[in-house]
Write a protein that binds this ligand. Structure first.
Ligand code: ADP
Ligand code: F6P
Length: 331
């Protein structure tokens, strides 16, 4: 193997830059030529690739976003799109491709491998932590840190006004960001897709807290809370707030959606380290001639696993963490 490519695809996440850094530096250190492909599969199809040297990735380890750019590319779902992507790869002479993204991006990589013989390795880059095969995805820890820091700030104004605040967080259909943030900031309640929610129970909790003098509450709501098809990202916090107001019409309450802030700002030390370990591991896989592998971390050990086997592993919900989130905040 002499030439490899690296791209980021789907929703960006903190830690992607650390992974790019490690892929480039590790590959250069092993004598490989590395192309950085711009804007995910869109850039690949358009042949937007640049040669990377050590300087290209200088100073990026900590930065959120992705220096390569990212995109969602519907064309990659078509036969013509896959063919165009494969044509670009062969024009550039790329033999191995590292794809940093979520499960959708891995499907694109798999198609390039199965249909066109490109060696592909996937690195899980998404804040959602919604992949069953790995304990953590790149960006999750940083997104949780943003949520926790934001709620720490919100507490200042909510507590001096005796207010309840409903805070919507990201995660698609996965409640991990909500639950981990809830534990780390002592939220009074957390509502997640895996468990559903009941406005009446929330109203009862708020009343019970008030009886013991606790009049400010933080209620974290995961954006994927509705499984009935009425999901309305960015407005779920309002809906939960209105559900509570139905039972407590005079309640002093506000709502906020943290939105894309959660994908912004520096990566945490954990995500920097994870990105570097995974990027380096991906290059080692390619050097060993491996393909169709995804990188993960389990019990603090970075590993690679067959892509389809890994993607078939269902995400298990962390019941213990959810129980902790609820038990520690009882008055
Ligand atoms: P993520 O990678 O974060 O899960 P998406 O599901 O939006 O994000 O997928 C990112 C991109 O991966 C898509 O825009 C598309 O270009 C490509 N992709 C997703 N699914 C497939 C598929 N089944 N076949 C080929 N490419 C796919
Ligand atoms: O998958 C990552 C994610 O940030 C989800 O948590 C969120 O629902 C979605 O992407 C937002 O997508 P976009 O950046 O396209 O608005």
């Amino acid at each position: 193997m002499k030439k490899i490519g690296v791209l980021t695809s789907g929703g960006d996440s903190q830690g992607m830059n650390a992974a790019i850094y490690a892929v480039v530096r590790s590959a250069l250190g092993s004598g490989l030529t590395v192309y950085g492909i711009r804007n995910g599969y869109s850039g690949l199809i358009a042949g937007q690739a640049e040669l990377m040297d050590a300087k290209s990735v200088e100073g990026i380890i900590h930065r959120g976003g992705t220096v390569l750019g990212t995109a969602r590319c519907p064309e990659m779902m078509t036969d013509a799109g896959k063919q165009a992507a494969a044509d670009s790869i062969s024009r550039l002479g790329i033999e191995g491709l590292v794809v940093i993204g979520g499960d959708g991006s891995f499907q694109g990589a798999k198609a390039l491998s199965t249909g066109y013989g490109v060696k592909v390795i996937g690195i899980p880059g998404t804040i959602d932590n919604d992949l069953g095969y790995t304990d953590y995805t790149l960006g999750f820890d940083s997104a949780v840190a943003v949520v926790v820091n934001s709620i720490n700030m919100l507490r200042d104004t909510m507590s001096c006004n005796d207010r309840t605040c409903v805070v919507e967080v990201m995660g698609r259909d996965c409640g991990d960001i909500a639950v981990f943030a809830s534990v780390a900031c002592g939220a009074e309640a957390v509502c997640i897709p895996e468990k559903g929610y009941d406005p009446h129970a929330l109203a009862t909790l708020i009343e019970r807290n008030a009886l013991v003098g606790k009049k400010d509450n933080i209620i974290i709501v995961a954006e994927g809370i509705r499984s009935d098809g009425t999901l309305d990202k960015g407005h779920e916090a309002d809906k939960v707030m209105n559900g509570i107001l139905h039972y407590l019409p005079d309640l002093n309450i506000r709502s906020i959606s943290l939105g894309h802030l959660q994908r912004s700002g520096d990566a945490t030390v954990y995500d920097r380290k994870l990105g570097i370990l995974m990027g380096d591991h991906a290059v080692k896989c390619l050097l060993e001639g491996k393909t169709d592998r995804v990188i993960g971390i389990r019990h603090d050990v970075v590993f690679d696993e067959d892509m389809l086997t890994a993607l078939a592993i269902p995400k298990t919900f962390n019941e213990a963490m959810y129980a902790l989130a609820n038990s520690l905040v009882r008055y």
